[in-house]
Design a protein around this ligand. Structure first.
Ligand code: ADP
Length: 464
């Protein structure tokens, strides 16, 4: 650290306090401090110099310029020449513990220290071995402040030789400073007032906006509830007649009511297929409505992945549409068991696989487990080599009734409810659904699930 001593000034009486104040201001002006900073430094220095001058042996003020790496600062040390043994200092601040008639100087020192700490960047009081008090203060220079060390030393030498300050002129100067400070205070008060008014206006606006948003949110909530109730009620109402249509058409197809002509059989098969499709749609809608109403129950039980894959394999093989497309389930080795709601896990994987089969004309559809970075989670991948999905549509396909335009789409059945259902069920199971896809290359739909949801402490996705 480089230190340039600027001024060493004795403080014997009140006249010196005036001069030291003036010198503090002149030195800070030399160092490029602005008007306000000059007043702050001069005030801190003179307050402490006044305390020193009141002591029996007087004191000294030492001004220096310090450069420590990139930090440059004005350091001022005010030393009391002794006699401070009368003062008891505790906890870094001056505290008087002497006889009551000597109370006043200690109190003044306390007050001066409080002021100096406010005005300077640092202010520390120490008690020297000779019982003299030392107050070390620092004011840092801003990066733009110009302070040439060589020029500083010359100017400081001139200041040292300058005649002592004229008390009258200094008092006048202080008056100017006070007037300037008051004017500025006034200005700030006015600014503050204007700002407060502006804030009040904004506040009123925000409150009104909140009320409006709250009202809209309430309307939306009600509309959502009504939609859920409507879906749930109509789905229920539709299910019964649909079951009758399916059962009756099956009876007819089974020739329970006598032989059928070829045309009759063709038409009844149409009825049965249509009733089946409608029944699937109604079931999906009912599931969605139940999830939204928070009425889905999750039954956790141990699941063996090999057995789950076996059941899915048997169930999904008949769905194969294109002869060249293989459906491969890769059983994990060693076997994996985990805890979840099996029918819901099967439903999600079934949806993934039936989509993969629908949208793959060549290659294969593979179902496998892939390690997950978090050992408490499992990941199932359904990989296809089908048409793929453009990045812009990846979010869309999880919205209800959304389907991507493609020639293959026209030939397949679907409602656009499968993936939204998968996502909601996965979240109810404490997991998630992700997709990675590129058009023309194929897609990977993944189901990520916790191994032991019942042990999960902080359920990010609530298990009802
Ligand atoms: P659905 O299959 O009944 O139409 P989904 O919600 O299951 O409804 O899927 C929505 C849409 O996402 C599908 O219609 C299709 O456009 C697209 N999609 C889903 N899976 C795949 C896939 N494996 N490959 C290409 N597109 C897919």
């Amino acid at each position: 650290m480089e230190t340039i001593r600027l001024l060493n000034f004795g403080i014997e009486g009140p006249a010196d306090v005036v001069t030291v104040r003036q010198r503090a201001r002149q030195l800070s002006a030399m160092l490029g401090f602005g008007q306000q900073e000059q007043v702050r430094i001069a005030t801190a220095v003179s307050e402490l110099a006044r305390c020193a001058s009141r002591r029996m042996y007087g004191g000294r003020a030492l001004f220096s310029f310090e450069q420590d790496g990139r930090e440059r600062r004005l350091a001022v040390t005010i030393r009391d020449n002794g006699g401070a043994e009368k003062a008891e200092v505790k906890g870094g601040a001056g505290h008087w513990a002497g006889p009551p008639e000597l109370d006043e100087p200690a109190r003044q020192l306390d007050a001066a220290l409080v002021t100096a700490r406010r005005l300077m960047d640092q202010c520390e009081l120490t008690r020297q071995s000779d019982h003299a008090l030392t107050v070390a203060m620092v004011k840092r220079l801003a990066p733009g402040q110009v302070a040439e060390p060589a020029a500083l030393a010359t100017m400081a030498a001139q200041l040292a030789k300058a005649p002592p300050a004229d008390s009258f002129a200094e008092a006048q100067q202080q008056n100017h400073e006070l007037a300037a400070a008051l004017a500025e205070l006034r200005e700030r008060q006015d600014d503050l007032l204007a700002l407060t008014r502006e804030l009040e206006d904004t506040n009123r606006g925000v409150v009104a906006l909140y009320a409006e948003i709250e009202e809209k949110a309430e309307k939306l909530r009600r509309a959502d509830e009504m939609k859920t109730r409507f879906l749930s009620n109509t789905s229920h109402e539709l299910r019964t007649p649909l079951s009758s249509i399916r059962a009756l058409s099956q009876l007819l197809l089974d020739r329970m009511d006598g032989e059928l002509s070829v045309e009759q059989e063709r038409q009844i098969t149409f009825i049965a297929t249509a009733a089946n499709d409608l029944s699937n749609l109604v079931n999906d809608l009912l599931d969605l409505a139940k999830i939204e109403a928070g009425k889905v129950k999750i039954d956790l039980a141990p699941i063996d992945v090999g057995q789950l894959f076996g059941a899915l394999r048997a169930m999904l093989r008949p769905l194969a549409r294109h002869p060249g497309v293989g459906l491969v389930f890769i059983d994990p080795e060693p076997p994996v068991r985990f805890e979840s709601d099996e029918p819901k896990v099967a439903l999600i994987l079934r949806n993934f696989v039936s989509n993969a089969i629908k949208f793959t004309e060549r290659g294969a559809v593979t179902v496998q487990m892939t390690p997950h970075p978090d050992p408490s989670m499992l990941r199932f991948d359904v990989i296809d080599s089908g048409i793929g999905i453009a990045a812009a549509d990846l979010q869309l396909i999880f919205e209800e009734f959304s389907q991507v335009e493609h020639p293959l789409q026209r030939g397949v059945k679907g409602t656009g409810l499968g993936l939204p259902l998968c996502r909601k069920f996965a979240s109810l199971l404490g997991g998630a659904v992700t997709v990675d896809s590129s058009p023309g290359r194929g897609s990977v739909f993944s189901l990520i699930l916790p191994r032991h949801p019942s042990q999960a402490t902080s359920a990010g996705t609530a298990m009802p």
